[in-house]
Design a protein around this ligand. Sequence first.
Ligand SMILES: [Zn+2]
Ligand SMILES: [Zn+2]
Length: 227
Amino acid sequence: MLITVLDTDPRTVLCMELAGPSSPDTIGVTQSWTLTELPSVDAVEACAGVVLPTIAGRVDNEVGGRLLAPLLEHPANVDDPFARRDEASHTTAAAARVLPKSAGKCTACGETIDLRGSAARERVHIHTAENGVDHWNYYGPAHDWPAALCGRCQTAMTEGGFSTFLDYRFSFHPSCPRCAASQTRSAVIGMPIPREPVPPWTVPLGCIVTDPAPDWICGACGHRWAN
Ligand SMILES: [Zn+2]
Ligand SMILES: [Zn+2]
């Protein structure tokens, strides 16, 4: 069994893989689990009842077997059986957790960020949110939101004097024509994806929209309007 541990603070687990004969004369990865929620090593150890080595090296079979059990028992569509405890917001682990969720796109403008190679460090700017807000425990209203930003958005957010990512993201939207409130939200057609957080600057309208669909919804007065 191969376990990939990221050297974040606290340390987190990125993936677990099973190695075995993949053809009669090669050994390869036969099964793998990517833990996109990056559980901390502590959480994995507590869940599986094991202690992981602190340096790279062999994990003995008994430990491997115990780590495997929660993965095999878990339904396939739920990728992370290891419960994650709430941790401080601005750790490198919190920052690392933003990346898998961004799917390689800028959270603000949606532009693809090239994450290949070591220069990727300069191309992506991670913004973590206060108060333990993350994509997975958002119960709103949020004051901020974790984001992976492209260089252009990072510059625009800094130069625009936006103190939170949400302020910056909401600045893309028009203010309400009826009550002049800012922080209007964009309407999106479709159902929220299960287990996917709904960004607070959008409102999912569901799949069946009969009236002319609005483009914008005002959170203050409820006004809906199209462009
Ligand atoms: Zn951007
Ligand atoms: Zn309004």
